[in-house]
Ligand binder design. Structure first.
Ligand code: PBG
Length: 344
């Protein structure tokens, strides 16, 4: 690099009058950048969402390159990797055979259902690994809604809560450490907490999807779960939050904390960091963010085209969650990011 020496002659401003503050001093060397770094990622910041299926082996998901649907045997291998890398927990998403789906989603609380068997397998083989489950009916309903619908297709609140309580109890009975209601029905956290206490499941943690938005970023997830076809032209606007709102998210978080949530979640992630920040600042409770399927797919697609540096963008996005105040991130990048952190 050549210094453009013509600029060194005849300065146009008097640099002796330059302010005392030169923020670039601390950025000059790696050691001083490290000294003043405010946020760090560790594998303990991640929760890995995993898709499980009834088939043997693994199956790719076209809109989520690098993510696969796993048999219970493969799930155990991934669980072992997560544990070795220091990832504290997995979050299970079952892909249900179409013939097991119904109007009321009763397969959700089948004690021998796919999710319940996966929980038992993980807890008996890898007891130290946290097992979290998604509580919602969409994998199990023929219409792909998270609750039970009336003839007009409207998702009925209170009867759906009854179903979600049964689902939560069946997860807790199978040994789930954390149940995570993602359905956005009113009053479900209180009802689930009450039922867990009454059932003697006093240690079961609840991570509430408190601020869950009606987002188009969930598209690839609905492909992964095979629910996109069930939902068809339907949408979830009558229960998930309007992306235009933020005060409403704070009211939802306040309700879930009052009803007994141990941890709250904001979802999606990166486009909603303002919500993460407001929730953490306002309530000072353990706050998680879900970097959803569409966020993952965007990074993968750009990287595959050579438009973005995959690893650098992945780590920058994950760090942004910490900076915004998140205590942890649900991310499909968890294994990759933890490996990268381990490699230094
Ligand atoms: C459904 C559920 C969804 C996600 C997690 N749980 C999708 C939806 O509400 O339609 C999305 C996760 C992702 O996009 O990665 N209860």
């Amino acid at each position: 690099m050549r210094t453009p020496t013509n600029l060194l002659h005849g300065p146009v401003v008097n640099l002796s009058a330059y302010p005392a503050h030169r923020p670039r001093r601390l950025r000059r060397d790696a050691f001083s950048r490290a000294m003043v770094r405010e946020h760090l990622l560790t594998p303990a910041d991640f929760i890995l969402p995993v898709f499980i299926h009834e088939l043997p082996g693994r199956a790719p998901i076209s809109s989520m390159p690098g993510v696969e649907r796993l048999s219970i045997d493969e799930l155990l291998k991934v669980g072992e990797q997560a544990l070795e890398l220091g990832i504290p927990a997995l979050d299970l998403f079952p892909v249900i055979t179409p013939s097991a789906k119904s109007l009321d989603g009763a397969e959700a609380w089948n004690p021998d259902g796919l999710c319940q068997r996966a929980i038992r397998a993980l807890k008996s083989r890898l007891p130290e690994l946290g097992v979290m489950t998604d509580v919602a009916l969409d994998p199990f309903t023929t219409h792909g809604q998270d609750g039970i619908i009336d003839d007009s297709g409207y998702v009925l609140n209170d009867i759906s809560v009854q179903a979600l309580v049964r689902q939560s109890l069946s997860h807790a009975e199978a040994g789930a450490d954390i149940v995570s209601p993602s359905d956005m029905m009113d009053g479900r956290i209180g009802a689930i907490r009450q039922a867990l206490e009454a059932g003697g499941h006093v240690h079961t943690r609840i991570m509430a999807y408190s601020a869950k938005y009606a987002s188009a970023f969930y598209g690839p997830f609905r492909d992964a779960l095979g629910t996109a076809g069930n939902l068809g032209k339907g949408n979830k606007y009558t229960y998930q939050i309007d992306p235009a709102n933020s005060d409403e998210a704070l009211r939802e978080v306040a309700l879930d904390i009052a009803e007994g949530a141990d941890m709250v979640m904001v979802k999606p992630g990166l486009p909603y960091l303002d919500i993460v920040y407001r929730v953490k600042t306002e309530f000072r409770v353990p706050t998680f963010a879900y970097q959803v399927s569409g966020e993952y797919a965007m990074i993968k697609a750009a990287a595959a085209n050579g438009w973005l540096n995959h690893d650098a963008v992945m780590m920058e996005a994950l760090l942004a969650f910490k900076r915004a105040g998140a205590d942890g991130v649900l991310t499909y990048f968890a294994l990759d990011a933890a490996r990268l952190l381990k490699a230094g």
